[in-house]
Design a protein around this ligand. Structure first.
Ligand code: ZN
Length: 411
């Protein structure tokens, strides 16, 4: 049987005990026969995505899980957003995530998302910036993303990703001045460049016909750009070259598609996969089964668990876990032939509504796996499993060994 690995990541799945549900975690309070089946037919453990006590961002956590040391390979978030929406990023490109936003005459942010502008209005405004915003010595490109979001690419010499955001991250605060984050000439120059883009964008967007029309319709105008997530793109060794595995990604959110493209995975677009609560989980699992025909490593991502954690809504988290579990029912019989790994990229406890450093549960099931005594896919149950406590970077070597693709160390 060929070596095939399914890597299922439920974003932000790990949690902490919640008083209202008897000091259980959402996983512990869920009915999840498929996940428990994978645990019962596999080896379980807990995983620190980056390291114990390190609160991971999703992108560096995914890099670690894919076997790429985030301290070496993570150079800011913008590039993942850019790759995620399909932009042909070139080596050396400096990329940023940008928001269309509403500001008042004093550049105070009224709405960071310009009333969640999207569709044609958003596309036309990004196109306007792309055509009109010019700064000598660099090439600027603007691309629309989902809703109010987009991507800015700066091409040129002497640039740095060590610069701060202009996004104040809350309404009612002024657009921030971009500052260099190290003492380099490049960071200083880049910060000046970003501030100029910020002001020029305000000037151009304020005059846009789209905004005049929006105001007449009583809508918020998108008269400013918030710039964040500076990131430098350099090509890195692809998964295929490193592991000899043909890999693909099935995800809804652009960030996850972007991380996958960054490590050289093919991205399979699935109709209905949106990276939201409404995402079609079953369609994604069906796509995963189909991908087994042509891929060796299939990364399947579910975002909604993290959204529920960030909403602080444990009932919703339980409901999402149960819906994912229902969809996973379609693949559990594959453990007879293939390796199924079930885990998370970090914990997003409902009590704190953000990522925490709590380790996440992990279960690996498959034909040659040394099955342990754990029968429940839960944080505390898995911590007693045969895998013990591993780091994200340990996962790929462990999986490669299970499918007999590791090289012997020493004689
Ligand atoms: Zn995440």
């Amino acid at each position: 049987m060929p070596a095939k690995i399914m890597l299922v990541i439920c974003d932000g799945l790990g949690d902490r005990p919640i008083k209202d549900i008897g000091f259980r975690t959402p996983l512990e309070a869920s009915r999840k026969p498929s996940m428990d089946f994978i645990a019962a037919n596999g080896v379980c453990g807990i995983m620190d995505p980056i390291a114990p006590g390190v609160r991971p961002g999703s992108a560096p956590a995914h890099l670690a899980i894919f076997g790429y040391n985030p301290y070496e390979y993570y150079k800011g978030r913008g590039v993942f957003e850019a790759l995620g929406i399909g932009i042909d990023v070139k080596p050396g490109d400096l990329t940023f995530r940008v928001n269309l936003a509403t500001v008042d005459d004093n550049l105070m942010v009224v709405d960071r998302r310009a009333g969640r502008i999207g569709g044609d209005d958003s596309r036309i405004l990004f196109q306007l910036l792309d055509e009109e915003l010019r700064i000598p010595g660099v090439e600027l490109r603007f691309y629309p993303g989902v809703e109010h979001r987009g991507v800015l690419v700066i091409r040129g010499e002497g640039l740095s990703w060590m610069v701060s955001d202009t996004d104040p991250e809350r309404d009612g605060a002024p657009i921030l001045v971009c500052k260099p984050l190290d003492g380099s000439v490049e960071a200083k120059r880049t910060a000046e460049l970003v501030n100029r883009i910020s002001m020029d964008a305000y000037r151009i967007l304020s005059k846009a016909d789209v905004n005049r029309r929006r105001v007449s319709e009583g809508k918020l105008q998108a008269n400013a750009l918030l710039i964040r997530g500076a990131s430098f793109y350099e090509p890195i060794p692809r998964v295929t070259e490193r592991y000899g595995l043909k890999a693909c990604c099935i995800a809804g959110g652009p960030l996850y598609k972007g991380v996958a493209r960054y490590v050289g995975m093919d991205v399979i677009d699935v109709k209905g996969a949106t990276g939201t609560y409404e995402s079609d989980f079953k369609a994604k699992v069906e796509a995963c089964i189909k991908a087994l025909e042509s891929y060796d490593l299939i990364y399947l991502h579910f975002k909604a668990t993290d959204l529920a954690g960030e909403d602080g809504n444990y009932r919703r988290k339980i409901e999402v876990i149960e819906r994912i579990d229902d969809a996973l029912y379609m693949i559990i019989d594959k453990v007879e032939d293939y390796v199924i790994t079930l885990t998370a990229d970090h914990s997003t406890p409902c009590s704190i509504r953000t990522h925490s450093a709590d380790p996440v549960p992990i279960a690996i099931a498959g034909p040659d796996v040394r099955v342990d005594d754990i029968g429940r896919f839960e944080e505390r149950a898995c911590s007693k499993g045969g895998l013990g406590r591993i780091r994200g970077l340990d996962l790929m070597p462990i999986l490669l060994d299970i499918v007999n693709l590791t090289h012997k160390y020493g004689a």
